[in-house]
Design a protein around this ligand. Structure first.
Ligand code: NAP
Length: 285
């Protein structure tokens, strides 16, 4: 039976580290850290994420600046706001909550955020830096996954790592981070053949598909570390992952639950990135 990886506890540890360092830098260097969160429209899930980010800022001692814009906001108006925030010294990190309404080009908005304040690490410059291993910010969810794997004491070097999903925000950067830790990485997607066989070869399996209970216990190697990034809302309102937990926990050595696994890590890593941004902007190593 697998040990359950407690994402809430690991996330709390990361937030404590960030809060302690932020307090020390405030006392010693007068550094104030600020995160701007921009939300456009009334997507209820986005609203929850933005509130959680605000709460996390309060918990670690950051200032948060919230910009809740109407659904009818034009792309030009949003780009103008991003430009104002790029120049605002109180703002060290800028996060534009995705998805944006359909009439706004997400790429244009991401590209407008100063790479130095791009704490989501979505800007092409930061994506490129991740490829060559010279990054300032790691993308929050994949970085959170790495921290969870680390918490199990698993050495990634030489391990067969399988990532299901090749999105720009999870799958691709996840594969890159595992590669940088010397994993032998396979990326799977909707066109992958023999997915079950590929999964059965995985010592470390990271699943980021967006399909409830897609990966079942018979696809998991005995003793594998299984990280479930998926967040799916069932008809009964319950949240569930991409991995069928009940069958998977019988095979895995470690497994993340949903909720309470990867989810809490994403916000903790965002706080870490925001502190990194503030330090860099203040010229603090
Ligand atoms: P996405 O952009 O929709 O990408 C899904 C990926 O899964 C695609 O690469 C797709 O392949 C692949 N896929 C779909 N069906 C498949 C199948 N039958 N077999 C193999 N691969 C398949 O999703 P995402 O943004 O990466 O998010 C994935 C999940 O993680 C979602 O549930 C999302 O809510 C969750 N998530 C959680 C957090 C968190 O903080 N916990 C953060 C971000 C995302 P193709 O490329 O071939 O289409």
């Amino acid at each position: 039976m697998a040990q359950i990886i407690d994402g809430k506890a690991v996330s709390a540890a990361v937030k404590n580290e960030v809060a302690e360092e932020a307090a020390r830098l405030r006392d010693e260097k007068g550094l104030k850290v600020g995160l701007a969160v921009v939300i456009v429209g009334n997507n209820p899930a986005s609203r929850v994420y933005v509130n959680n980010k605000k709460k996390a800022c309060e918990a670690v001692g950051f200032q948060s600046f919230e910009y809740a814009l109407d659904e009818s906001t034009t792309q030009e108006q949003l780009l103008d706001l991003v430009n104002v925030l790029n120049r605002d010294d109180r703002v060290n990190g800028i996060l534009v909550q995705l998805p944006l309404p359909k009439h706004i080009d997400e790429k244009a908005v991401i590209n407008a955020i100063s790479p130095d304040k791009d704490v989501d690490a979505f800007h092409p410059i930061n994506v490129g830096k991740i490829m060559i291993g010279e990054y300032s910010f790691l993308p929050c969810t994949p970085a959170g996954v790495m921290r969870l794997i680390e918490s199990t004491g698993t050495d990634i070097t030489g391990k067969q790592c399988v990532v299901i999903g090749r999105s720009n925000i999870v799958g691709k950067p996840q594969a890159m981070l595992l590669l940088q830790k010397n994993g032998t990485v396979t990326i799977c997607h909707s066109k992958t053949k023999n997915l079950k066989e590929v999964c059965l070869g995985a010592d470390i399996l990271v699943v980021a598909i967006g399909r409830a209970n897609f990966v079942t216990g018979d696809m998991i190697k005995e003793g594998a570390v299984v990280i479930d990034v998926g967040m799916n809302r069932l008809d009964n309102g319950k949240l569930c992952g991409d991995v069928e937990f009940e069958s998977a926990e019988k095979k895995a050595s470690f497994i993340t639950p949903v909720p309470g696994g990867v989810g809490p890590m994403t916000i903790a890593m965002l706080m870490k990135n925001t502190l990194t941004a503030a330090k860099q902007q203040a010229g603090i190593e």
